[in-house]
Design a protein around this ligand. Structure first.
Ligand SMILES: [Zn+2]
Length: 250
């Protein structure tokens, strides 16, 4: 097995293409502030209105947290000033990565309202509250090293129900640029609650329409070693993916 010391920086393995502004994004001296608004179950950051993406860590709060996912999300927010949501309540009290149930209903309402607040902040909803432009939602989670290995990422899309096939192909191609083990819809296929932002929630009783086929969610399960030893590389990687998405899908 490769030792960590022999693994090149992940972002050195990413094909950043010939984007002009790459130097402006990476390696800059000053760090943006992340001004979080505190709610009851989450805190969130409204970023640059030109970025049609939010990144979230819904299992960031202990006990039973996905360790380092909150820091990774905060790091991406500071790097590119995108929008972001971090859970401040443990999944043991209210699991935000589920459909509404008796325990989490109030938290889910708050989470869904926050996504709506972000979309209204950007101004990309029409009068029927559907998206008028492509949107990317990165849901950051943690997976044990034993599932796919210490340098692995699994992408969950519920077999394509949470995103368009075009965006999915693009996303997988982007990740293949890193020398990581990438799995798609294998062990962690993405929670069914990830579908509702796209197609609405007709089962749980909570009124939620869904924002249509331009909403693209990826549940991203990151191995423990990657989260712990390659946090900055992951921040650069997701920052690049977000900027690239906003350039590729207009
Ligand atoms: Zn998780």
């Amino acid at each position: 097995m490769q030792s960590i010391a022999n693994i090149p920086k992940l972002y050195e393995m990413v094909d950043f293409g010939h984007r002009e502004n790459i130097g402006a994004i990476f390696g800059k001296k000053e760090v943006n502030m992340a001004n979080f608004v505190e709610r009851k179950f989450i805190k969130f950051h409204l970023g640059d209105k030109g970025i049609r993406t939010h990144i979230d860590a819904l299992h960031a709060a202990p006990p039973c947290s996905d360790k380092y996912t909150g820091e990774i999300v905060e790091g991406v927010i500071k790097e590119i000033n995108c929008h972001g949501i971090i859970a401040t309540v443990s999944r043991t009290i209210a699991d935000l990565n589920r459909l509404p149930n008796q325990k989490n209903e109030e938290a889910i309402k708050e989470y869904r309202q926050t996504i709506k607040d972000i979309l209204e902040h950007i101004g990309i909803l029409n009068e029927n509250e559907k998206l008028i432009k492509p949107y990317l939602h990165l849901a950051i989670h943690g997976i044990r090293n034993t599932v796919h290995g210490p340098l692995s990422i699994e992408i969950g899309t519920r077999s394509g129900k949470t995103c368009s096939s075009e965006v999915k192909d693009w996303f997988i191609e982007k990740l293949k640029g890193c020398n990581l083990k990438i799995q798609i819809d294998k062990n962690k296929i993405g929670d069914s609650s990830k579908i509702v932002h796209r197609w609405g929630d007709k089962i749980s009783g909570l009124y939620y329409f869904g924002y249509g086929s331009d909403f693209n969610t990826f549940q991203i399960e990151i191995s423990r070693t990657l989260r712990e030893k390659h946090k900055n590389d992951l921040i650069y990687l997701f920052s690049d993916i977000i900027i690239s998405f906003n350039e590729a899908f207009e």
